[in-house]
Design a protein around this ligand. Structure first.
Ligand SMILES: Nc1ncnc2c1ncn2[C@@H]1O[C@H](COP(=O)(O)OP(=O)(O)O)[C@@H](O)[C@H]1O
Ligand SMILES: [Mg+2]
Length: 455
């Protein structure tokens, strides 16, 4: 396979012929070829090919071909030819998300993140954001939102993309049968779509159950019975109750049992941390509405005694991505110190972002490097297992990982659409950029704009 960059120009000539500079043709092994299929995303046209005795990597395309292929703009792009016949420009990378009517922020609060992602492959790839209603399956086109060169955004209709990066923001919308069917239409057309849907905590538990990585998962039960809760409290002294499809710490309870003083429940209500005490176990169950089915979508999880600084528990966000070789890498790690009195480490409840080195050196001293290396290894294994046991392509993952006082590593949660708040830490800005680059490289891998091991 040959792959290089080229500059695309338009020619006013009428005939359906493209012109390549001889240098470019040589690089693509097309010096003796007279006709090719030129592809962009899902569209292609057959054209004659002529060589131009000119230096550099240039491709001249007649207007009719530009229009048929719906090439979104002139300028630089990658170009690849694998078989002496199919010439592909692109890749055309589509980001599936929700699109608002606004011109300045077409992707709502995700706009600046997506703009940053689209900047990574500027002058090499075509990027656009789109929502499900922007796809016209009959014509096999998408009307996407493209980043303007001087800022701003514009809409353009292009072929179906080479690869789809799923960043749909709504759990509820993503669960609809119609959304599932929509995503399957890409798969049926052999268009890779990665990060299929939000994860649920209980699904991840089941994916890991029979694997070597199960030792990193605290004991958990879905829709726990009163007896199970009581049992777990006796064995572990404290447990977490978490909505299986929840996020941001919303709806979480931390239950504690003290043989002398009874049962305690900690949670957050109306922006405040609440602590309730019950002398009877049944009173606790009544408060949780266990009998009216309120815990049906809850997971009860063994509480882990996390490492602490100033009496505040600390856990870690491991941001993992695939790279251009389809391998998992730990792109960045943030340490999160819980706000005082908070049962979770989220920044919105007073949590503080730190670097893992800062925290681990304070707690483990000279063992810090080893502890971090062990946690990274665990995270990579967890990612590999989730991907292998899951049904869909995965390019990015955010793990909430705890380390206890015995250096044991625990995974609380896997996020398939991880936020990027850890990269706001000044010491993690570089990692934030690297994470975007890895996702871009994975797009190149999936769209075959990189040599693939399996091809
Ligand atoms: N089993 C547990 N033991 C100790 N702390 C936990 C446990 N489960 C969750 N936590 C704390 O609560 C936070 C939120 O839990 P998580 O499972 O990530 O739910 P969410 O989806 O709401 O983010 C974790 O980052 C961690 O600080
Ligand atoms: Mg979490």
């Amino acid at each position: 396979m040959s792959l290089t960059n080229c500059t695309i120009h338009v020619t006013q000539r009428q005939e359906r012929t493209i012109y390549l500079t001889s240098e470019l043709a040589k690089e693509l092994n097309l010096s003796n070829t007279r006709s090719v299929h030129l592809h962009l995303g899902g569209k292609s046209v057959i054209t004659a090919l002529r060589l131009l005795k000119k230096q550099g990597h240039h491709l001249y395309v007649p207007l009719s071909v530009m229009a048929q292929l719906r090439i979104p703009h002139l300028g630089s792009s990658m170009i690849t030819c694998s078989n002496g016949k199919d010439l592909r420009i692109g890749p055309l990378i589509g980001i599936l998300t929700s699109v608002t009517g606004s011109n300045s922020a077409p992707f709502g609060s995700r706009t600046s993140f997506l703009r940053e992602f689209m900047r990574v492959g500027t002058n090499k790839s075509y990027y656009f954001g789109f929502s499900p209603r922007d796809v016209n399956w009959t014509q096999q086109t998408v009307t996407g939102v493209f980043p303007g060169k001087e800022g701003g955004w514009y809409r353009k209709t292009v072929p179906l993309p080479d690869v789809v990066y799923n960043r749909l923001p709504s759990r509820k919308a993503e669960k609809l049968v119609s959304m599932n069917a929509f995503k399957h239409r890409f798969v049926q057309r052999k268009i890779p779509l990665f990060n299929w849907a939000f994860f649920e905590k209980w699904d991840i538990y089941n994916l890991l159950k029979d694997s070597e990585t199960f030792r990193y998962v605290p004991e958990s039960h879905i829709n726990p019975s009163s007896q199970q809760i009581k049992d777990m409290l006796e064995r572990h002294r404290f447990i977490y109750l978490k909505p299986t499809g929840g996020s941001l710490g919303i709806g979480i309870y931390r239950l504690t049992y003290s043989p002398k003083r009874g049962y305690f429940a900690r949670f957050r209500r109306s922006g405040k941390n609440v602590l309730l005490r019950f002398s009877q176990f049944q009173q606790l169950m009544t408060m949780l509405h266990r009998n009216s089915g309120r815990l049906r979508h809850y997971v009860a999880q063994q509480g882990i005694r996390l490492i602490e600084i100033d009496n505040c528990p600390i856990d870690f966000r491991f941001h993992l991505t695939k790279n251009s070789s389809n391998d998992w890498v730990v792109a960045g790690i943030g340490a999160k110190k819980a706000g005082r009195g908070s049962i979770t480490t989220h920044v919105r409840t007073g949590g503080q972002l730190m670097t893992p080195e800062q925290v681990l050196e304070e707690i483990f001293g000279s063992r810090a490097d080893q502890v971090l290396a062990n946690a990274k290894e665990a995270a990579i294994k967890l990612a590999e297992t989730i991907e292998q046991n899951g049904k869909h392509l995965l390019g990015e993952l955010g793990f909430d990982i705890g380390i206890d006082q015995n250096e044991q590593i625990w995974m609380f949660e896997a996020n398939s659409k991880p936020g990027r708040s850890i990269f706001k830490h000044p010491a993690l800005k570089k990692e934030g950029k690297a994470a975007l680059k890895y996702v871009y490289d994975y797009c190149l891998y999936l769209s075959r704009f990189r040599a693939r091991r399996d091809s």
